[in-house]
Ligand binder design. Structure first.
Ligand code: ZN
Ligand code: ZN
Length: 359
């Protein structure tokens, strides 16, 4: 191989975290992300992070993820190159990448339901290569990227790729939290905590956090939870009811775990007229106790995050009214992503919430 060819190869490769089937991953060479359609942009990643969903993928829970896929759907970076059809972004712009790719033009996008875009939705780090890499191709760049200031605190803003829009849209907005409401959030992980922080936009009277991990409940208290319930003993329903007015239950129950028991807890604690807002990604069927719920005037909602609230959340973070970076507990170099997965995979022991990857 001549030196010239060697150089060429180097320029056209990048490092990325690659999935090789359940339990197998590696930080390895891949062809450098490149423009495939005129509406694409290529982003040089400066900050990324690992999501609970990535751990699901690594367990093999999402069979559509194929061997060789680059993981990651959250990130910030600098625009490296844009296709000829991209009008809103140019080389050198600093951008936030939405975890949901959307064309902005199809029927579902026109309904602000980007999660069900006919040519997008959640595909990044799932059906197409993702953000745990030196470079990433973002389809439909004009509608899937957001400008952020060049001096933005990336450890804060990266939380707006997924975690905050998810907690806010699927939990807080769907739960229709109102001033004075009593809210319970089942699950005090990053998503539950994002719901906790954004629920406070609406001044609920009480926010009760439920989890089995005492450390996460303590964190929740510092984030504004008024009460906490440790559900290790399996008696969370009784404990939450005892904390509510006349034992009637809560106005809004947010499910932020994605397992049958936490959805059952929500059904057990919902007051007449209440709303159960599911956020969790469920892999198993859950029982719905209609014999107890049929006359209670409740609503149950589900949603895949649309990320339509990113522009609003950007303003709230920029104004200092939402301290998004406090969800980040660990910072790793992007090249140490395998080590970061280990820490995130042992979240309870490591007291990890979000682990941040810096290039
Ligand atoms: Zn995520
Ligand atoms: Zn669309």
């Amino acid at each position: 191989m001549t030196t010239a060819i060697k150089e060429e190869t180097k320029i056209n490769t990048m490092k990325a975290l690659v999935y090789h089937g359940a339990g197998n991953k590696a930080w390895e060479d891949k062809p450098k992300a490149s423009i495939q359609k005129s509406t694409d942009a290529v982003i040089r990643i400066t900050t990324s992070t690992i999501c609970g969903t990535d751990l699901h993928i690594m367990k093999g829970d999402l069979p559509l993820v194929t061997d060789g896929r680059i993981l990651g759907h959250e990130g910030i970076g600098i625009v490296e190159e844009v296709g000829t059809g991209v009008t809103g972004f140019k080389k050198g712009d600093k951008v936030l990448i939405s975890c949901v790719t959307s064309c902005g033009k199809c029927d579902n996008c026109k309904k602000a339901m980007y999660s069900h875009c006919r040519d997008g939705g959640w595909i990044l780090g799932y059906l197409i290569d993702g953000t745990q890499a030196q470079y990433v191709r973002i389809p439909h760049a004009d509608n899937s990227l957001y400008h952020i200031p060049a001096d933005a605190d990336e450890n804060a803003f990266v939380m707006l790729s997924d975690i905050f829009p998810t907690g806010f849209e699927c939990g807080v907005l769907n739960g229709q939290i109102k001033p004075g409401d009593t809210v319970a959030i089942v699950g005090s992980g990053p998503i539950g905590l994002a719901a906790l922080l954004t629920a406070q936009f609406y001044s609920p009277a009480e926010i009760i956090m439920i989890d089995m991990d005492e450390n996460r409940l303590q964190v929740a208290k510092t984030f504004g939870a008024t009460k906490t319930v440790n559900s290790t003993d399996g008696k969370a329903v009784e404990a939450v009811l005892a904390l509510t007015n006349r034992g009637e239950g809560v106005d809004v129950a947010i499910e932020a775990v994605g397992v049958p028991s936490s959805f059952l807890t929500c059904q057990g604690i919902i007051a007449p007229g209440g709303r159960i807002a599911n956020i969790g990604v469920h892999g198993k069927s859950v029982e719905l106790h209609m014999e107890k719920l049929w006359d209670r005037n409740i609503a149950i909602t589900t949603r895949l995050v649309d990320t339509v609230t990113i522009p609003m959340l950007l303003k709230v973070v920029q104004s200092g009214k939402l301290d998004a970076k406090k969800l980040g507990t660990h910072v790793f170099r992007l090249t140490d992503v395998v080590k970061a997965y280990e820490t995130f995979g042992n979240a309870a022991k490591e007291k990890a919430l979000k682990v941040i990857l810096r290039a």
